[in-house]
Structures are given as structure tokens and as C-alpha cells.
Ligand binder design. Structure first.
Ligand code: HEC
Length: 167
């Protein structure tokens, strides 16, 4: 009887522990999505453009955008082949007119492409995500990047990347 209870307690502890471990592991499993690209502004600047009123992309991407690449993505820009671990960021900021100068305003969105040919096989080997404004957690892509890829797929011959690097 005593032993029986002891085993029950032990079993309970084990199940409790397993439950706790499973629960504490859950977030990392859920975060299979594209991580926020910390410190991307210290990466290589690929290009800058301003999307103005009248451009069909204005409502969503209007204002400045700067494109940044991490080191692996830089190798991709040079060779045309992007290795797993490449990350490219499309940083969108308001364009504010001040004293005949166009200045960067508030951040509007941060679009990210992360190369992982296994995890994101369904979207050309790129994971797509869009972070809202200055938020590092508010994600706007709800269809696993299919809508983003719908446009980027036309660049298949260029690793699904539109921009090019100029020395
Ligand atoms: C309507 C077509 C279209 C859609 C939809 C689209 N993109 Fe793009 N994307 C572009 C174009 C065009 C460029 C290049 C802009 C430039 O060169 O200034 C670009 C550039 C980028 C870049 C920089 C790398 C590159 O390809 O030059 C990233 C990162 C990016 N987009 C992410 C996204 C994400 C994330 C989504 C979905 C939320 C998305 N894009 C949806 C057209 C699109």
C-alpha cells in the first residue's frame, strides 16, 4: 500500500514534469515562424527608394524603403544563389517633407525574407513575414507568406529576389 502510493506520487511527479517541459517547449515550437531581424540596420544597405503617391503600392509600402542584407544574403546578391540563413529586410518608413528635404518619419512596416529551403519549401525556400510599425511581435502575414510569394515568384531566375546590389 505504502509502495503503491509512493509509485503513484512518483508517476504524478514524472507526468507533472513532462507536462511542464512540454509546456515550456511549446513556445519555441510555435515560433517556427520568421524571427524579428534584430539589429538589421547594422547590416549591408542594398538600396533605398521612395514610393510616392500615385504608385499602386503607395497604400501599403508608401514612403522610404531601405533594403538590408545579412552576410549570407550578401553572398547571394553577389552569386545569385542564396544559402540557408540568408536574411533580407525591407524597412518601410514614412517620407516627411520638411524645408524642401524629404526626411524619414515613423516606421510603417518591416518586411522580412529568411532563407530555409526545408522549412519554407512551399514558398520557394523563403519564409516571409511582415512586422507592424515599430513592433517586433505584431505579425501581419496570415497565410504563411503565400501572398508575398505570389509576387516574388516572378523573380525565380534571381532566387525570388527583386533588388540587386550595386558596389
Ligand atoms: C506586389 C508585389 C509584391 C508583393 C505582394 C510583395 N513584394 Fe516584396 N518586393 C516587391 C518588389 C518589387 C521588391 C523590390 C523593391 C525595390 O527594389 O525597391 C520587393 C522587395 C522585397 C524585399 C527585399 C528583397 C528583394 O526581393 O528585393 C523583401 C524582404 C520583401 N520584398 C518582402 C516581402 C514580404 C514579407 C511580402 C509580404 C508581406 C512581400 N515582400 C510582398 C514586390 C512585392
Amino acid at each position: 500500500m505504502f509502495m503503491g502510493n509512493k509509485y503513484k506520487v512518483l508517476a504524478g511527479l514524472l507526468i507533472g514534469c513532462w507536462g511542464w517541459m512540454a509546456a515550456s517547449r511549446a513556445p519555441s515550437t510555435l515560433q517556427a515562424g520568421v524571427p524579428y531581424p534584430e539589429n538589421f540596420r547594422s547590416w549591408t544597405l542594398i538600396k533605398t527608394a521612395v514610393i510616392e503617391k500615385g504608385n499602386p503600392a503607395f497604400a501599403h509600402w508608401g514612403g522610404f524603403h531601405h533594403i538590408y542584407a545579412n552576410e549570407k544574403a550578401m553572398a547571394g546578391y553577389r552569386t545569385g544563389r542564396f544559402a540557408d540563413g540568408s536574411v533580407i529586410v525591407f524597412d518601410v518608413l514614412e517620407a516627411v517633407e520638411k524645408n524642401n528635404t524629404l526626411e524619414e518619419g515613423e516606421r510603417r512596416i518591416v518586411d522580412v525574407m529568411v532563407r530555409d529551403t526545408v522549412r519554407y519549401a512551399a514558398t520557394g525556400g523563403w519564409g516571409f513575414e511582415e512586422f507592424n510599425g515599430a513592433s517586433k511581435t505584431e505579425r501581419l502575414v496570415g497565410d504563411s507568406g503565400k501572398s508575398c510569394f505570389g509576387c516574388h515568384r516572378v523573380r525565380e531566375g534571381n532566387g525570388f529576389v527583386f533588388s540587386g546590389y550595386r558596389e
